[in-house]
Design a protein around this ligand. Structure first.
Ligand SMILES: O=c1ccn([C@@H]2O[C@H](COP(=O)(O)OP(=O)(O)O)[C@@H](O)[C@H]2O)c(=O)[nH]1
Length: 338
């Protein structure tokens, strides 16, 4: 019996969808001897049926009867393409199918909502599903999900190394490592002089005259220690309507990046892992930016260092990939035995 895992290629080098799939696949290959099924992301709408059929056969060439396939989804090709690949695996006898849901496209973009039933129909044909959160599971159940075997991801890993000589300090800085212009309009109205907003993008007009520091995109090899050196907090935010709703269901990659770097986080009270963040003292919980900024401005070094030390205790799990190792091992075990 072989275990296969799909892996995404062809996207921009800074695509977080690709970065996260490649990290999961690498953990599976290096720790459990999984076999990789490479998937190229491309514009598939005009591909002939014949070409598509050969492509599917090529992707699945190493699969045999009784194997396990872990599909990392979405593949970011069209839904028809993805379902087509999934369907093709039914020609192999007794193959077990695990779908690892990284994102649910119909819930990310309102214009794709009409596709939700088709996605759920595919999820229902999996032997086991890995879902990002209990909240996502509840949502999918309310919308027709019936798959019995379920695992909850809870948190991303961010495999990396830190420089332990750099200690994050209570600098009055809030870092945001996402796309401000696309997802967080309110950050563009930054008006705090006490706390600096650190944006990981190129200088933009909206930041002029404000207490905003633009540091540009940092390659993964630099990002973690850059965040450690900056200290302060890592912000998880969004204020576009569909994004706010989606953030209540998904597992945020940037949340794990901040924790991997060892800096406390700022999250809303409806963030899926908020209880762990509260119980383990990993950051600040605030539902509006003013409250968050005031808490950061008023924070004492002692209070900050307690959070930093609590994160240092827990974050090796994220940096060494234990959430994913645990999940992948459990998924294979559960699909074959439990
Ligand atoms: O300068 C940067 C800024 C971001 N990122 C990566 O981009 C991720 C955030 O992407 P996104 O906002 O799509 O993640 P989400 O939190 O929405 O899952 C971070 O965790 C980093 O891995 C990076 O490598 N360099």
């Amino acid at each position: 019996m072989k275990v296969h895992i799909t892996n995404l290629y062809g996207m921009a080098y800074n695509s977080v969808a690709q970065i996260s799939q490649q990290m999961v696949a690498r953990i599976g290959v290096e720790n459990f001897n999984f076999n990789e099924l490479g998937i190229y992301s491309y514009y598939d709408a005009n591909e002939s049926e014949e070409a598509l059929s050969s492509r599917y056969d090529g992707i699945l060439a190493s699969v045999g009867a009784n194997d396990v396939i872990i599909f990392q989804t979405p593949t970011w090709n069209t839904n028809e393409w993805e379902v087509g690949l999934f369907n093709r695996t039914f020609v192999y006898e007794n193959v077990k199918r695990i779908i690892f849901i990284h994102d649910v496209i119909p819930l990310m973009f309102e214009s794709n909502y009409y596709l939700l039933d088709r996605f759920i129909d595919m999820y229902n044909r999996a032997d086991l599903l890995i879902v990002p959160s209990q909240q996502m599971l509840d949502y999918l159940r309310e919308h027709g999900l019936t798959t019995k075997k379920i695992l909850i991801q809870h948190m991303w890993d961010h495999v990396c190394q830190i420089d332990p000589l750099i200690q994050p300090a209570n600098n009055k800085t809030i870092s945001f490592i996402g796309n401000i212009e696309k997802k967080t309009q309110s950050l563009m109205d930054w008006d705090s002089s006490a706390v600096t907003l650190q944006a990981f993008s190129d200088p933009a007009e909206w930041g002029q005259g404000k207490n905003v520091r633009f540091v540009g995109w940092q390659d993964d090899s630099l990002l973690i220690n850059f965040l450690r050196r900056s200290g302060g907090f890592g912000l998880l935010w969004g204020d576009k309507d569909d994004w706010v709703k989606y953030m209540r269901l998904n597992c945020s990659y940037k949340l794990s990046t901040y924790l991997a770097a060892g800096i406390p986080v700022i999250v809303r009270s409806d963030t899926p892992e908020v209880e762990k963040i509260r119980d383990k003292h990993l950051g600040i919980i605030a539902d509006d930016l003013d409250t968050a900024v005031n808490r950061v401005a008023a924070m004492t070094d002692d209070e900050y260092n307690q959070m930093r030390d609590a994160i240092a205790d827990f974050s090796p799990l994220i940096r060494d990939g234990y959430f994913t190792k645990h999940l992948l091992a459990d998924a294979v075990y559960k699909v074959l035995y439990d």
